[in-house]
Design a binder for this molecule. Structure first.
Ligand SMILES: Nc1nc2c(ncn2[C@@H]2O[C@@H]3COP(=O)(O)O[C@H]4[C@@H](O)[C@H](n5cnc6c(=O)[nH]c(N)nc65)O[C@@H]4COP(=O)(O)O[C@H]3[C@H]2O)c(=O)[nH]1
Length: 775
């Protein structure tokens, strides 16, 4: 039975689904991924935006700077050219010296600190100067020659002098015959053209320069570094044409390895171009810093998000696991509860409730497929004795072993269950022929009959089996079980350790039993009980030493009923206590009467049942009976079975001591059938032990029984007890026991139980005659 309740299963199923798709670990991871994507998408978008804005602004700024620079350069160049033209003009009218002086005096020349002006002869000799104009370099001469022949403003390459690097501007001075009669030249420090470099705008690696048509810088400045004559290569040709002319393209400057937003403007009036460049790295530094900042923030936010997600994920995983564990525990608990509800905890077999279900199910199937099945009702023989004498633990071990043996004796498809106590059932499905059950029952009997070892002792247990067939012996659970039980009882009555099929006649017997039970209740009032007395004889002399009172029920309709037929019923319903009281009193009265009639005093033994022995009024009853009848306590002997004394050793010892203190004798009946050890036996203040008749019966045939009988006699001798053999029927048994020095015997070989009058006759007849038992 491993079914679980539907609610729990549904819970589990839905939990599985939810956990798969919606439970937090997956959900949280997904959300975290989404969050990360959003953070990084936003960051990339923002930084791209910042960078492109910065880039656009820088490009635009480069254009603005270029506009300004271009205007400055053009203004400067125009002024220079204007000055040269003015000097040329005056020189053509008067001597160069006079012209220069006059222009100087009229303050028409530029400041001599920045610009120096000279008029040179066609041979290159200085004719007049303004400022500190000196000829120091051979290249100057070449340049003036070029300028002499050119009819336009001519610009020199940068010329290094002691005073620095200069740029020369020159125009030829025409003569009247249109022949150049000299050159007007202006020298300006190359730095002058890049002095407008503004660090706040251009930064430390911005670029500002003038480039001539030979693709060489006349002057170039980046930060504080100024250079002249730097080659530019084919840079201008590589400049891309942008859609938006107000934006400068980003170009790599090969001359100094810097990437700049670059603007190059060709000056229309002069053979020069201005170059302006704003460093990409430098100008975009704030934007790049912002970008880095954004990335850091995004990274921090990501770490935070991942951290939070990890914590939440972990917590939810824990929660989920706890929930799953709780759920599993619930299921396991439910399964366990269900298992326990339907299984016997000792043997793990299906219990009565589960068997009932299985039986109902088997009945349905058998009806549907028109099949027949068999039900075997098993009960251990003498299990109660084992439980009482060896204790409950040993009893439990025995039941477990029986369950194992039964499991091995039946098929997987058969049903085996324990109904409780020592009752088991086996259901054999689909039995077309009732005779097929017999081999199975035999197998079970053989399996259970093998010796067991319990509490260090080896012994055998037998089983009685009742068999019913469905639908022949009953087509409902109750009838089937009742009939199987009845068949089992029948097997017990027939000597145990066998199996019996149910038959209708058993039903009739059981009805009789019912009648018996109800009439037993009135037997005492109606005075239907009788006592018979069986003599005990001395082994040596054959003389009658005492008698055992044995109960008989004189039923008005059923006739004489033996105690074994009604005492178990009286034990069950408690009537044994008042009946036992009657036996005690009657036996005592009889003993006193016999003595009064002149018979010698005889020991009078009475049997006490288990229920009677533990009854609180026992001692008072005995005292009262002795007192009321006047019987001498020494003549009274109570017989209790070995199993009874072993049940609760302490209480038994107390009761026996009380009896002894009253002077009453005690005998242990059926000795050898229980499991009392010598040491336990020593504790009991008893006078006699009675060897059980079952050992005596087989004395001449069974070596085992002989051994046991001899052992019991030895125990008795050891403890100085009177040993009486019960059920002696033959002279062989008698002779053997006599040989073993058994003290007394009882049995048909001596006398059967007799009514009181017959017994007094017997004793009277024996007086003076031979006391030998009859042959
Ligand atoms: N086969 C055979 N049987 C022999 C022989 N000699 C004696 N018997 C029978 O063996 C039984 C001996 O009594 P028990 O062991 O105390 O066993 C007694 C005793 O345990 C119980 N019983 C008898 N009377 C009373 C009683 O008054 N009170 C109680 N509580 N139990 C009683 O009923 C049992 C049976 O009593 P009974 O039927 O009278 O059976 C008696 C007796 O008739 C023999 O040679 N062969």
């Amino acid at each position: 039975m491993t079914e679980t309740d539907p609610d729990t299963q549904a819970d589990l199923a839905s939990n599985k689904k939810t956990s798969k798709w919606l439970e937090a670990p997956v959900l949280i991871s997904s959300l975290a991924l989404l969050g990360l994507s959003l953070i990084w998408a936003a960051t990339v978008h923002l930084t791209d935006d910042v960078l492109s804005t910065a880039s656009r602004n820088t490009a635009s700024m480069a254009t603005d700077v270029a506009d300004t620079y271009e205007a400055q350069v053009i203004r400067a160049l125009r002024e220079i050219d204007q000055t040269l033209k003015l000097v040329r003009y005056d020189t053509q009218r008067q001597t160069p010296e006079a012209a220069m002086r006059e222009l100087g005096e009229r303050d028409l020349l530029p400041p001599s600190l920045l610009f120096s002006i000279a008029v040179l002869s066609p041979e290159g000799n200085l004719l007049a100067t303004h400022g500190n104009f000196r000829l120091q370099h051979p290249e100057e001469h070449t340049f003036f020659q070029e300028a002499l022949n050119a009819n336009q403003l001519t610009l020199s390459r940068p010329i290094d002098t002691e005073a620095g690097t200069f740029l020369y501007f020159a125009r030829g001075v025409g003569s009247n015959q249109n022949q150049a009669s000299g050159v007007v030249a202006l020298a300006v420090h190359a730095d002058y053209f890049v002095s407008g470099y503004d660090n706040t705008t251009l930064g430390d690696v911005g670029a500002l320069g003038l480039v001539a048509s030979d693709n060489h810088f006349r002057v170039y400045r980046s930060g504080d570094a100024i250079s002249t004559g730097l080659p530019m290569g084919n840079f201008i040709g590589e400049l891309p044409k942008l859609e938006d002319p107000s934006l400068a393209p980003l170009m790599y400057h090969p001359w100094d390895g810097v990437e700049r937003y670059t603007v190059i403007r060709e000056l229309f009036e002069f053979p020069l171009s201005v170059v302006v460049g704003l460093s990409h790295r430098e100008q975009l530094e704030p934007a790049l810093t912002t970008k880095r900042e954004y990335f850091w923030r995004a990274a921090l936010a990501s770490v935070g998000l991942v951290g939070v997600a990890a914590i939440l994920g972990f917590l939810s995983w824990r929660l989920q696991r706890t929930r799953q564990q709780a759920m599993q525990e619930r299921v396991l608990h439910a399964q366990k509860v269900e298992y326990l509800a339907f299984h016997d905890s000792l043997t793990d077999l299906p219990n009565r409730a589960y068997f009932s279900r299985l039986l109902t199910q088997s009945m349905h199937e058998a009806r549907r497929y028109e099949r027949q099945f068999a039900l075997l009702f098993l009960d251990l023989d003498r299990f109660k004795h084992i439980n009482d004498s060896l204790g409950h633990d040993a009893g439990d071990d025995l039941l477990q072993e029986i369950a194992r043996r039964l499991s091995r004796s039946v098929r997987e498809s058969d049903v085996l269950a324990r109904l409780g106590g020592d009752e088991f059932v086996v259901l054999l499905p689909n039995i077309p022929d009732p005779q097929q059950v017999a081999p199975v029952a035999d197998k079970i009997l053989a399996a259970c009959g093998k010796p067991f070892t319990l509490a260090g002792q080896e012994f055998r247990v037998t089983v009685s089996i009742g068999i019913t067939l469905f639908p022949k012996d009953g087509d409902d659970e109750q009838t089937l079980m009742k009939n199987a039980d009845m068949a089992m009882y029948h097997a017990k009555e027939l000597g145990k350790n066998n199996f019996q099929y149910f038959s209708e006649s058993l039903n009739t017997d059981s009805l009789e039993r019912l009648t018996l039970e109800s009439s037993l209740r009135h037997a005492l009032e109606r005075n239907e009980f009788r006592l018979f007395y069986q003599p005990k004889r001395s082994m040596k002399s054959g003389q009658i030493t005492g008698v055992e009172a044995l109960l008989r029920w004189q039923h008005p309709e059923l006739g004489m009923i033996l105690p074994m037929q009604f005492i178990p019923v009286a034990e069950e319903n408690g009537l044994i206590v008042p009946i036992g009281r009657w036996v005690l009193r009657t036996a005592c009265q009889q003993s006193v009467e016999w003595q009064k009639s002149g018979l010698p005093p005889l020991n009078m033994a009475i049997n006490l049942s288990a229920r009677q022995f533990i009854d609180e009024s026992l001692l008072d009853d005995i005292k009262q009976a002795l007192q009321d009848t006047g019987m001498s306590p020494e003549l009274l002997e109570v017989e209790i079975t070995e199993t009874m004394v072993m049940r609760d050793v302490e209480t038994t010892v107390d009761i026996l001591k009380e009896l002894k203190s009253m002077g009453v004798r005690v005998a242990i009946d059926d000795f050898g059938t229980g499991y009392s050890s010598l040491s336990t036996l020593k504790q009991f203040p008893v006078d006699s032990i009675k060897i059980d008749s079952s050992f005596v019966q087989d004395l001449t045939r069974s070596v085992e029984d002989r051994g046991l009988t001899e052992a019991i006699i030895a125990v008795g001798r050891n403890l100085s007890l009177n040993v009486i053999a019960e059920g002696v029927e033959t002279s062989e048994q008698y002779e053997y026991l006599k040989e073993q020095a058994c003290d007394e015997f009882q049995g048909f070989y001596g006398n059967a139980a007799l009514p009181a009058d017959k017994l007094s006759q017997l004793i009277t007849s024996l007086e003076g005659n031979s006391a030998e038992p009859r042959e």
